[in-house]
Ligand binder design. Sequence first.
Ligand code: FAD
Length: 326
Amino acid sequence: MIRLLDNSDRTKPVLIVGAGISGIACARELRDHGVPFKIINKGMKIGGRMASKSVRDSGTQYDGRVFDIGASYFTVSDPGFMELTDSMLNAGVVADWTDTFHVADSQGLGGVKVGPMRYTARKGIRSVVEYLAQDLEITEGEVTDLDEIVLREQYSSIALCMPTPQAAKIYPEAATISPAQWEPVIAVSFLFAEKIWRDFDGVFVNGDNEITWIANDGTRRGDHAPALVAHVHPVLASHHLMDPQAVIPFALRAVQRTLGFIETPIWSHAHRWTFAKPLEGSTSALPLSHVGQISLAGDEFSEKPRVEAAWLSGRDLGRNLAQKFS
Ligand SMILES: Cc1cc2nc3c(=O)[nH]c(=O)nc-3n(C[C@H](O)[C@H](O)[C@H](O)COP(=O)(O)OP(=O)(O)OC[C@H]3O[C@@H](n4cnc5c(N)ncnc54)[C@H](O)[C@@H]3O)c2cc1C
């Protein structure tokens, strides 16, 4: 059981753990209200599940090119998030990608489905979080002992901005706060020698046991490189979390079958997300963030878990903490 924080001293900073979009939204809100904070993030790169991976050693001109291996795109419905997106469109950080995706089943491509605008970032989706965090100082490190941090009494409050299964490793109570169920994804990136498929932006693959989605990373990035990213079905992914590379042949076969070609890639990469997405429907009763002695924020605190929900959750937590400490 974590001891209670002494939050009577308002000069002490808030500790934000996690520099995904929810942690950064929380930090920006605190900064705007003049509340001191410190951000700690595990790993050399920020952005969390808004992640991009550079091609290495492909022996082609594409070395250094980034693939989006986490969130595929983001959509916008909230006016505050629209305002932020407009400012990033004006700054050239994000761009319209498409409102039209194909659908497919295990036999191959079917028709198209028109939906909301999907936004992308030409430099990779991670660049969105990097842009939002550009004026913020972020300390690299993994928080492993929250009790010890509380005991040192350096912080007025602690905000855990990450999936609750990750938060529960350092704050076991988190597991009882959010009922969200999580599913894994393995994202497989493929670079081909040339484009050998007909034009498309993305394909929702229904009723297939191997993949659920194919993104055309060439149209997404705007460079029209012969680049695809497939998301492996959660059941198949769950069997290969210890060895994600092993799913590459399954994913390739499913992509070939869906798009109708037999060529093989010149470079491929598999990335495992153990806690990729909260299951829609498992999160509905939750408020936008959990504010307590130790607070939680992230995409699962919404009926529609996604990038926008994570941003709203972090922003709302930041607002709540700012009200308390400014
Ligand atoms: C494969 C995949 C596809 C997706 N597709 C879409 C999509 O198309 N559209 C959409 O809107 N959303 C999509 N999402 C969801 C979207 O990425 C998330 O909703 C959003 O990025 C969540 O942001 P977050 O800040 O809440 O969490 P995260 O991005 O997970 O950030 C958490 C951060 O906390 C850090 N952290 C964790 N534990 C610790 C610790 N102990 N100490 C320090 N730091 C720690 C992590 O390193 C990470 O940087 C997708 C996600 C995945 C994985």
